[in-house]
Design a protein around this ligand. Structure first.
Ligand SMILES: [Zn+2]
Length: 184
């Protein structure tokens, strides 16, 4: 027997063995695939049955109720979380500036109702910005305590009453920005 015919017989034998193995294996594989698919399909059918006709309410309605309840719970959680995260500076509503005790409230992140009180007797101060309307006078606003013999408690130079309260608002904002308010 020549070497060439030996090689061709060997190759034919290997080829038939490999094709035999493939032919044996393919039906087995096909069996696995078929049984997996039928198992998956039965799962889908079971889910569908559970969704459409296992309860007094249809399953999809239960699913809808569950989703709505979940959204509600998430909203409640976010609302509670949002409230507890109120900025720290909102508790800063009083400070001593220009010699008077100033108080204000927060409307959102805006300062409102800012006014001053006497640091000695806590009386509401009255303002006098008549200097601003007199020619040749320094622009200033005095804050006076009627309860302490009409003494001038605070004096803010630069403008009238609106200018003075604006200046105080700017000072409050500055102390919030720099974190200086936390020292009080
Ligand atoms: Zn006073």
């Amino acid at each position: 027997m020549s070497e060439n015919s030996f090689i061709s017989i060997r190759n034919a034998t290997i080829a038939s063995v490999i094709s035999g193995v493939i032919l044996l294996t393919v039906p087995v594989l096909r069996g696995y695939v078929v049984s997996f698919l039928s198992w998956a399909w039965s799962g889908v059918v079971w889910c569908w049955d559970a969704l459409v006709d296992s309860y007094s309410l249809p399953g999809w309605a239960w699913l809808l109720i569950f989703i709505l309840a979940l959204i509600g719970l998430i909203n409640i959680y976010l609302a509670i979380k949002g409230e507890s995260e109120e900025p720290e500076f909102k508790s800063y509503v009083e400070d001593l500036m220009h010699g008077a005790n100033w108080r204000w409230s927060w409307t959102g992140n805006q300062i409102s109702n800012v006014w001053c009180f006497c640091p000695r007797c806590d009386a509401t101060l009255v303002y006098d910005d008549s200097f601003c309307r007199t020619f040749g006078q320094i622009n200033k606003t005095d804050f006076i305590c009627e309860n302490c013999n009409c003494t001038v408690v605070a004096s803010i130079s630069g403008g009238d009453k609106d200018y003075a309260t604006g200046a105080v608002k700017r000072e409050i904002s500055r102390r919030v920005r720099t974190g200086e308010y936390k020292k009080h």
